[in-house]
Write a protein that binds this ligand. Structure first.
Ligand code: FAD
Length: 162
């Protein structure tokens, strides 16, 4: 089956990003870099289930949703007036997160985003807005609707107003 590579915006990488399923650094299809449908389409010996089986390793979408939940929740619990040490901690965390993120193509693009858009974390609102912009950068790349960043706090901290 023909598959579509997940869109990426960073430059050349190794292994090369060719059209089709994204490969891991071991040359095999990368589960955390592809949707389950794309990943299983490459594993012809496996009988494809009609619905995704429960409690399997995450694909790129499940990993992404869980990760955004963690990242936005960190901004939601971040102090309104962080100390220099607290600001430094989140910058270090995101620097390492960008290096360790299990979808390598996502990780590379996130690193490029952070290079061009330095983490802003002098207040909770500033950090929440920065994270929303980072998420919107991926939304745009994937052709998804952008989120209204004025609403980041309602979505991730206070809950929606009635
Ligand atoms: P998600 O995008 O996961 O969003 C979850 C919820 O967050 C939404 O339902 C919405 O309520 C809320 N939300 C949406 N946008 C925002 C925003 N801007 N600010 C605040 N809240 C928001 N996938 C790829 O295929 N290719 C990639 O290169 C890629 N890079 C990624 C990089 C990072 C750092 C992360 C964490 C994930 C990446 N992903 C990538 C995964 C991708 O972003 C999505 O998580 C995945 O496609 C599932 O999308 P979803 O529509 O379920 O909602």
């Amino acid at each position: 089956a023909t598959t579509t590579a997940i869109p990426t915006s960073a430059g050349d990488a190794k292994p090369p990003r060719k059209k089709g399923v994204v490969l891991g650094k071991d040359g095999k299809p990368c589960r955390t870099c592809n949707s389950l449908a794309d990943f299983t389409s490459q594993r012809k010996t496996i009988t494809k289930p009609s619905a995704p089986p429960k409690e399997c390793p995450p694909d790129v979408e499940e990993l992404g949703r869980s990760s955004w939940t963690l990242l936005h929740s960190i901004t939601a619990t971040y102090p309104e007036a962080p100390t220099p040490n607290e600001q430094s901690n989140v910058k270090q965390f995101l620097g390492l997160f960008g290096k360790l993120y299990p979808c390598w193509v996502c990780a590379e693009d996130f690193q490029v985003f952070m290079e061009r858009n330095k983490v802003r974390a002098e207040s909770r609102d500033e950090f929440g807005m920065w994270m929303c912009e980072a998420h919107n950068d991926v939304n745009r790349k994937l052709g998804k609707k952008e989120f209204d960043c004025a609403k980041w706090e309602e979505r991730w901290r206070t809950g929606w107003k009635d």
